[in-house]
Design a protein around this ligand. Structure first.
Ligand code: COS
Length: 387
């Protein structure tokens, strides 16, 4: 259900203020310390940021997608590490439950995910299965009423902070593809579950990933998302979750791009060369104009796809289009931002090179650009063939 206009305006103004006054001043510190200060996490909880997409009935804000992307545009205007912390609770770490969970599972976990008391995380990728997610090798062997989980998940966002994992494992050993995969809810303190060391990443310091290792982790059949009748249906849950997540990531990219364009324009107006602000030079203007045009195109795509999704029109293709275009777009915008800033763009003090590194991830996670192309083209061909 949509918020009334006034409540939405208040929420957006609060997020704007929080980003401007609390998060932006901390960008460099968070990158240097590779940690978000605990008081900031607490403020995020108080603002309801962990529960943006969780229905009101379970304690979240229950934003429509049109509303959620407006928030994501704003959160994009600061270091992506901040958004990453709340990203899994609103996306891949909770939506499996929201979309396919049983009523009991939702009531048990969603209120605490919405409040940020629990951090949710999504365990799909493995060392040998990234883009080919359906080929995953982690096993969940039936043992009476229980399942025994064995395997290792890789590059798992927010795993070091997580209390609850959505875990994809093979329950049908006769299969090697997307069939035979089941989604489980596994609490972080379940015996046999352990974490690897924090990964050393190119960017987004303050957001953490690591391996999640399962050694004879025993969970009951009731831990299957949607209950035992959704045995071997987990891959579809993963795909539905990613459809939504991809749109959210695209919205964040729009926000980051708009921030970088603003920074670039400000710098171009201040910086003088050849006796005038560099903004007067047409070659600089071309870069500013191209960035502005592309960011605007991405914003329009994201808003239109969000409207369609809110009307329950299938948007698998459009969400992939948004992710593909917006993530590539922000890469180009960040590159131009470095170019406009010149030497200053390459030096850490200005923060532009940090964004340049941070945005590189967007083209990779929640499906690479190449996977988005594949999803779009496959859907086109399927539609053309009428199935
Ligand atoms: N919504 C609902 N169901 C979907 C779906 C979607 N968006 N996409 C696929 N499915 C269903 C298919 O309909 C199919 O079901 P049936 O067997 O009943 O027809 C099943 O899921 C398997 O789909 P498909 O045959 O397309 O699977 P593939 O193994 O060929 O894989 C891709 C498809 C490549 C698209 C998938 O593996 C993928 O998205 N990979 C990237 C993974 C990723 O994003 N990883 C990032 C890390 S997680 S942050």
């Amino acid at each position: 259900m949509a918020l009334d206009g006034e409540t939405l305006e208040q929420l957006l103004a609060t997020v704007d203020r929080f980003v401007e006054e609390r998060l932006r001043p901390l960008e460099q510190r968070v990158a240097e310390e590779d940690a978000i200060p605990p008081e900031i996490v607490e403020e995020m909880r108080r603002l309801g940021l962990f529960g943006l997409s969780i229905p009101e009935a379970y304690g979240g804000l229950g934003l429509t997608l049109v509303e959620e992307v407006q928030v994501a545009f704003r959160l994009g205007r600061t270091s992506p590490a901040f958004r990453s912390l709340i990203g899994t609770n609103n996306g891949i770490g909770s939506q499996g439950l929201v979309i396919d969970g049983t009523e009991e599972q939702r009531r048990h976990y969603l209120p605490r995910l919405a409040s940020g008391a629990l951090i949710g995380s999504f365990c799909l990728t493995e060392a040998s299965s990234g883009s080919d997610a359906g080929s995953l090798r982690m096993t969940a062997r039936a043992e009476g009423e229980n399942f025994l989980l064995n395997g290792t998940k890789r590059y798992i966002t927010n795993a070091p902070e997580a209390d609850l994992f959505t875990v994809f494992a093979r329950t049908d050993p006769a299969t090697r593809d997307a069939r035979g995969v089941t989604a489980f809810l596994v609490e972080a303190d379940t015996p046999g579950l352990s974490l690897g060391a924090h990964d050393k990443k190119m960017g987004q310091q303050g957001a953490h990933t690591c391996d999640v290792i399962f050694e004879d982790v025993r969970v009951p059949g009731s831990a299957i998302i949607g209950g035992p009748e959704r045995l071997n249906q987990g891959f579809k849950t993963a795909m539905k979750v990613l459809d939504r997540g991809r749109l959210h990531i695209a919205a964040v990219c729009v926000g980051v791009a708009e921030r970088l364009i603003e920074d670039s324009l400000r710098y171009a107006l201040e910086r003088e060369q050849f006796g005038q602000p560099i903004a007067e030079f047409q070659l600089i203007q071309a870069m500013l104009a191209d960035s502005r045009t592309e960011a605007y195109a991405a914003r329009c795509m994201v808003e239109e796809t969000a409207r369609r999704k809110d009307r329950e029109v299938p948007v698998s293709t459009e969400a992939a289009c948004c992710k593909l275009y917006a993530t590539e777009m922000v890469g180009r915008v960040a590159d131009r931002a470095v170019q406009i800033h010149g030497g200053a763009g390459y030096i850490a003090d200005y923060g532009i090179e940090r964004f340049y590194r941070d945005v590189r991830l967007f083209r990779i996670y929640e499906g690479t650009s190449q996977i988005q192309q594949l999803v779009i083209a496959r859907n086109m061909i399927r539609e053309a063939r009428g199935r």
